[in-house]
Design a binder for this molecule. Structure first.
Ligand SMILES: [Zn+2]
Length: 314
């Protein structure tokens, strides 16, 4: 089984296990990246850092890891647990024409998407000396125009897909939950076609929970183990983990990532790879194995229910 780890590299910090993507704090890049590189080296893992152009100058040189491109278009305010911050790339805001403040790539016309991808890619190349081939769209949002612009700019892998899910700012609803990399069609990015680009969806548990350290407070470590075993036992050829660089500044999330790596490295025939090394696998259909999830109840959810009941009794 191939295992890839894709780290969305952006500003921010963690408070109470929540990431605040605040541009006032670049610790998420300056500290988060070296922390993850150190952990990867310990377990022989490989990391694909998809880097926002606005943080390129904080990205450490010569990490020995893969560098890709991560784009958050637009300029909108977000709020979480009393903190407010802006989503949108400051570098691209200054250097590209954007007719909308929407932070969803799908809301921007082709010419503007093309310009953002080209500008971001060239900036990474000029500052880090690496030509990015892997892309992640901010908020998982893209459309057929994005894929076309990526192909035109020579990017070869997209790691944005959140399979089987649709929200107002993205649509990946037609991909199966366990979805292997595929070449998309130029007319429909959710259909197989012959474009010279591979869409590499993230792995997920049932109920569409992503395999990320940031999801562990929601579904608990037992479901990570169940999900990995579910993939491994039916010879799914790829397991795709993602994270955000600010999470890698937090001792809790670092220990979760270490637990992931320790757990995975005990299995035979594991090949850690960069996302850009992934090729299409021979076709196969994989099934959801529901029972193991149910026999490994999510401790965090059970705790929440008990707490609620307890408060009602009080
Ligand atoms: Zn992001």
């Amino acid at each position: 089984m191939d295992v890839i780890i894709v780290c969305h590299t952006e500003p921010g910090f963690v408070i109470n296990k929540r990431i605040i993507f605040d541009k006032k704090d670049y610790k998420g890049v300056k500290d988060g990246v070296p922390n993850l590189v150190k952990l990867a080296r310990k377990y022989g893992a490989k990391i694909t850092f998809t880097v926002c152009p606005e943080v390129v100058d904080y990205f450490p040189k010569d990490t020995g890891q893969e560098v890709g491109l991560h784009i958050h278009p637009g300029w909108e305010e977000f709020e979480r647990i009393g903190f407010k911050w802006r989503v949108g790339d400051m570098y691209l805001k200054e250097h590209c024409k954007q007719s909308s403040v929407s932070t969803a790539m799908q809301d921007h016309p082709y010419s503007e998407q093309f310009d953002m991808i080209k500008t971001g890619k060239e900036y990474i190349k000029s500052r880090l000396g690496i030509d990015p081939k892997v892309f992640v769209a901010g908020r998982g949002s893209l459309n057929d125009d994005t894929i076309k612009a990526l192909v035109e700019n020579g990017l070869t892998h997209d790691c944005s897909a959140i399979s089987n899910k649709k929200l107002p700012y993205f649509d990946w609803s037609r991909l199966p939950r366990i979805c292997m990399p595929y070449h998309p069609s130029s007319k429909d990015y959710q259909k197989k076609g012959d474009l010279p680009m591979l869409i590499v969806p993230a792995s997920q548990t049932i109920f569409r929970r992503g395999i990320a350290p940031e999801s562990i407070p929601i579904y608990g470590f037992s479901w990570f183990k169940v999900c990995f075993s579910e993939y491994y036992k039916q010879n799914v050829p790829l397991f795709h983990i993602f994270t955000h660089s600010p999470a890698m500044t937090d001792p809790y999330y670092l220990s979760v990532m270490e637990t992931f790596l320790l757990f995975i490295s005990k299995y035979d025939n594991i090949n850690f790879k960069f996302a850009g090394e992934i090729k299409e696998y021979p076709g196969a259909n994989f099934k959801t194995k529901l029972l193991p999830y149910l026999f490994n109840p999510n401790k965090e959810i059970v705790k929440k229910i008990l707490r609620k009941l307890f408060n009602q009794v009080k």
